[in-house]
Design a protein around this ligand. Structure first.
Ligand SMILES: Nc1ncnc2c1ncn2[C@@H]1O[C@H](COP(=O)(O)OP(=O)(O)O)[C@@H](O)[C@H]1O
Ligand SMILES: [Mg+2]
Length: 389
């Protein structure tokens, strides 16, 4: 199949209200031509609503949507282009195949609507089915197909009309785990070959990180962060994003920024670490990923004593839960250490891996200065509790 060019999508101040529920609240989003954008967020955060607004299946209360050079929605001017006249194709979680039509008819339907000559349409549908490894299945009805095959028919139907925008709403969530993994690769290759702008909805953070060129994290009808998967993981813009992304969950510690000797320090009850940047004194939440905590079996000058609460082996790695007082931390350990419950260990948090969040707003406190941030002076050391800084 030949590549067909994607187009850009602009979404401006989009609001959608259902009765008392504000499903989308002034959403602004620029989607680049040809990118693979993933909308990620918990159930009910507005992902499907946003996708359906782009598709023209919902009418927003406010805002504008521009697909390519076509303004498909302008609420203020009363413009709402119907779904069939927008340059988009959609795959639903349920696949929404027509049960009384064969595979062939399901895939070809959009072409007949477009009044493509029968011979040409047949050739095209055959090509698409072959491309997806479904030659010979054209005569079957959806009920005669496995879940994975139904999923492919839904994708084939999307491909048949060659829209410059693909909209996919949790297309893999009805498949078993292994098939889901295979289909992720297939969809990625399809995108690589065709270069179609793809907006893909999932509540599965692993799927989002695997598939996306950029991830949009949503919560309660609003966008929390738009970024590369790498930055979403390593530099979450809010505590919400930090905790939503990553398995096991990110560790969070209540801490204070205090001034000492003209420098800023991050302190907890029993740990203290010098910050490379001067920050105002405030209550913060420090967040650190499980793989950014070092585990020592012997005392270490920069490490704090903890006790192992539980060891959770997971094939190539083990998750180690450690406890000190009422603080619990989760560590991802890739060495094949023989660890035992209640064993004493020493842990050290990599200073450069800590992200700080404002205790009240939950928003990230910028920490990046330059490459020398957290130089060799930085260390975490055990200290007597610093009550009141
Ligand atoms: N047709 C509808 N009528 C009333 N409320 C709706 C309708 N569709 C969605 N909602 C509500 O809007 C919010 C966002 O829903 P949705 O976009 O489906 O979330 P997601 O896809 O992220 O799970 C939810 O609170 C949901 O209950
Ligand atoms: Mg949904």
């Amino acid at each position: 199949m030949q590549p067909f060019m994607g187009v850009a999508i602009e979404i401006k101040d989009l609001t959608k209200i259902y009765g008392k529920v504000v499903a989308l609240k002034k959403v602004n989003l620029s989607i680049e031509a040809g990118e693979f954008l993933v909308l990620l967020g918990p159930s009910g955060c507005g992902k499907t609503t946003l996708l359906r607004c782009i598709a023209g299946l919902e009418t927003p209360d406010e805002g504008r949507i521009i697909i390519g050079d076509q303004t498909v929605l302008d609420a203020a001017r009363g413009i709402a282009v119907p779904s069939g006249k927008r340059q988009v194709g959609m795959v639903f979680q349920s696949y929404a195949l027509w049960p009384h039509m064969t595979v062939y008819e399901n895939v070809g339907f959009g072409l007949w609507i477009q009044k493509l000559p029968a011979g040409k349409a047949r050739q095209h549908v055959d090509g698409v089915l072959k491309d997806l490894g479904m030659q010979g299945l054209g005569g079957r009805y959806p009920s005669e197909l496995s879940g994975g095959q139904q999923q492919r028919v839904a994708v084939a139907r999307l491909l048949a009309t060659q829209p410059p925008v693909f909209l996919m709403d949790e297309p893999l969530s009805n498949l078993d785990a292994r098939l889901r993994l295979d289909m992720r690769s297939e969809l990625k290759r399809l995108h690589y070959r065709l270069g179609v702008t793809t907006v893909y909805v999932t509540h599965d953070q692993t799927e989002a990180m695997t598939m996306a060129s950029r991830v949009v994290v949503m919560n309660a009808g609003q966008i929390q962060q738009i970024d590369s998967p790498h930055r979403i993981y390593h530099k979450p813009a809010s505590l919400f994003v930090a905790e939503f992304v990553g398995m096991p969950r990110i560790n969070t510690l209540p801490a204070q920024v205090v001034q000492r000797d003209g420098k800023s320090w991050l302190t907890t009850d029993d740990m203290s670490l010098q910050l490379a940047r001067r920050l105002d004194q405030k209550e913060v939440t420090a967040a650190v990923r499980p793989e950014d905590i070092g585990l020592f079996l012997e005392p270490h000058p920069e490490a704090t004593e903890f006790k192992i609460y539980a060891v959770l082996p997971s094939g190539p790695e083990q998750y180690v839960q450690v406890k000190r007082g009422d603080r619990t931390l989760m560590i991802r350990e890739t060495r094949q250490l023989d660890l035992k419950m209640d064993q004493t260990v020493w842990i050290r948090i990599a200073p450069s891996a800590i992200n700080l969040y404002d205790r009240d707003s939950g928003m990230a406190i910028p920490m990046e200065t330059n490459n020398s941030s957290f130089g060799k002076e930085d260390s975490i050391s055990e200290q007597p509790p610093t009550k009141g800084g």
